[in-house]
Ligand binder design. Sequence first.
Ligand SMILES: [Zn+2]
Ligand SMILES: [Zn+2]
Length: 432
Amino acid sequence: MNLIIHRGTNEIGGTCIELQSSSTRILLDFGMPLVTPKGDGFDMKIHAGKSTDELISQGVLPNVQGAYSDPLAIDGVIISHPHQDHFGLMQYLNKTIPIWLGKATHKLLEINNIFLSQQNHVNKTYFFEKSVPFTIGDFTITPYWNDHLAFDSYSFLLEAEGKRLFYSGDFRSHGRKSRAYRWFLSNKPSDIDYLLLEGTTIGRGSSKFQTEADIENELVELFKKSQSINYIYTSSQNLDRLVSIYRACVRSGKILVADIYTTYVLDMLSEFAGFPTPLKGYDSIQVLYPYWLTKRLFDNGHKDIAYLFTKHKISKDEINKNPSKYVLIVRPSMKTDLKMIDAENGNLVYSMWEGYKNQPQTKEFLDWLLDKNFTIHDIHTSGHADVDTLKEYVDAINPKAIIPIHTFNKSEYKNIFNQRVVELDDNMIFHV
Ligand SMILES: [Zn+2]
Ligand SMILES: [Zn+2]
């Protein structure tokens, strides 16, 4: 069996792993980079309209033989979870290649196609389920459910030609699905030859992270004290965090005002877990219809989605009557709408990765709020395991060797783990 990490041996983001047996080729993840080779934030918009060949030569698309042109070159692509850095380039793949993913991940990709300017092809899809093995050619693959910021995240046991690999995907142990992590520790696979281990937090110090429950408590304290409006800037697809925010609103007597996109995500995924949606009787949530988002829905023929929540709509006038009653989920594109809310001296909870603060749009948005005398509070916890958790995880699996991936600090692995570490480079062919 051959392993080629097309991208990910020396960076976080843009993950793409290839496994080859004598007659099968599969890809694990097909992500968009988060950073450019120079280390700046990656922006796909500047590459709009470029051909596949141009994108390969500029290092945007991984150079995977046949993945773009030959319908038979790749036997299947497995998406570990619905984060852009793991699926964001799949729209460029040849449309006939089978895509394997979780059902909720598929739903989120469909939602992305509606609300974001992205066209993930989701036609030839196959769904896997946690702990149920499936096969692609020579490979038998068993998904394990992960605790991670993204809902529906998995790691995988991959078996072929007498070898056993384990790909950790992205995971943590301090989220709302920490039980999935605990379950894994007692049900982990054995006799692993190579563990491809994510190391997002390696090299960032080894402090313990706050749990998602700690985040909820911190929000409750803040909301209870606040005399003015509360805004919270978070990802609409960070389901763990949305649950923490909703619970904090209920506990502090606030109404959560979620925009139509966030509400639709919660509603569509409520089929898979008990997410709060106004359509299922959760009455501490009301729906805001931001101008640009609503216009996009109507322009693109999705007025049915816009009409889904009209009974639970809240107007800006309603919010203005008593701003301190509400917690609004916000993002920079909602500035037009927020200008119509007379809020001064409010709170803005920044609940995302610190690094995004350097993006021009975000910076401008935060500065605008600071000018309105808002106080910015950073309330966030990582989606990734801390170093102690990584050690516990590795000790439980006890692989013969570890291969670093999804890290900026692969050379640190050998100082942390007792097991043998095999440091690869992008595009290197490694014989397993
Ligand atoms: Zn992730
Ligand atoms: Zn990732």
